[in-house]
Design a protein around this ligand. Structure first.
Ligand code: 48F
Length: 258
């Protein structure tokens, strides 16, 4: 026999247990696109306590829709090994160009990352950060529904030794920081530089270079890296996103050891 209140209690208790266990993190990842998912999987695999906060209901960011809703993505040679690692099936189209079904890819990245130990809180938005002595040490979070309805409800906070801004084109974490009167990013202008036009090859190479600490305690990953440091957008080629997530995880992992 099923008791409705038991079902309700099960959900509430399990969610609160999960939230309570993730109030103090090694790494908080904001944004659940391909870059954040690869970073999350790698950090979890290395034994770090890592959680992801994603505004939307679904995880996968801009990957589901492929290019202009043709639900296939392209990954270049350099990043194919990451598709292999996650066991995402892909096919060679021409030498050096691999395609994957975008739905299979997004769902598999999410599945593998969570099974490896990444905890995901969807429907939660980063609305601000906490800064102490010029270093980010935590996130200010609210329900996405509160944000979307414009309700006047105060947020809650979590602590994190490191934050990865994987919010894509919007670079939301670093934009929030750049708006503070007393904060300056590690960019040429001290602010978010903004994106240049679409140029796949340049963008893909620059994404990796731009995956770095952009403010004390905050790493860029994915498209956010180019938006923050003023480089090109790449369109529906996803290798740079995967490699950037991997690099962010490796470097943040090293910094956690220090
Ligand atoms: O945009 P997104 O997929 O970021 P990415 O991993 O990949 C970029 C590509 O999808 C594509 C591209 C190229 O190949 O250029 O655009 O860099 O995922 C970013 C996620 O962050 C979430 C957003 O809903 C999306 O799922 N997000 C953005 N701002 C916030 C957030 C926020 N303030 N709080 C929580 N989640």
């Amino acid at each position: 026999m099923l008791e409705e209140v038991t079902i309700t209690k099960a959900i509430i208790h399990r969610y609160m247990e999960k939230l309570d266990n993730h109030l103090e993190l090694d790494v908080a990842i904001v944004g659940g696109g391909p870059a954040g998912l690869v970073a999350g999987k790698k950090l979890a695999e290395a034994g770090h306590k890592v959680a992801m906060f994603e505004r939307k209901l679904s995880i996968g960011g801009g990957m589901w829709g492929g290019g202009m809703m043709f639900n296939e993505i392209v990954v270049q040679e350099e990043a194919k090994r990451i598709l292999d690692e996650f066991q995402v099936p892909c096919r060679e189209f021409e030498p050096g160009y691999y395609t994957a079904d975008s739905v299979l890819c997004a769902s598999t990245l999410c599945s593998v990352a969570t099974k490896t130990g990444l905890t995901i809180f969807n429907l939660v938005s980063m609305e601000d950060v906490m800064i102490r002595h010029n270093r980010v040490m935590g996130l200010v979070l609210n329900w996405s529904s509160v944000e979307m309805a414009g309700l006047h409800v105060d947020p809650l906070t979590i602590k994190a030794k490191w934050v990865i801004d994987a919010t894509g084109h919007a670079a939301e974490v670093l934009n929030v920081i750049a708006r503070k009167v007393d904060a300056e990013l590690n960019t040429a202008s001290g602010k978010v530089m903004g994106e240049r036009s679409l140029w796949a090859e340049q963008a893909e190479n620059h994404t990796l270079d731009n995956t770095k600490e952009a403010f004390p305690g905050v790493y860029t990953a994915g498209m956010c890296a180019n938006a923050v440091f003023g480089s090109y957008r790449m369109g529906p080629v996803f290798g740079g996103m995967l490699l950037s997530g991997e690099k962010a995880a490796a470097e943040v992992g090293e910094r956690l050891k220090q």
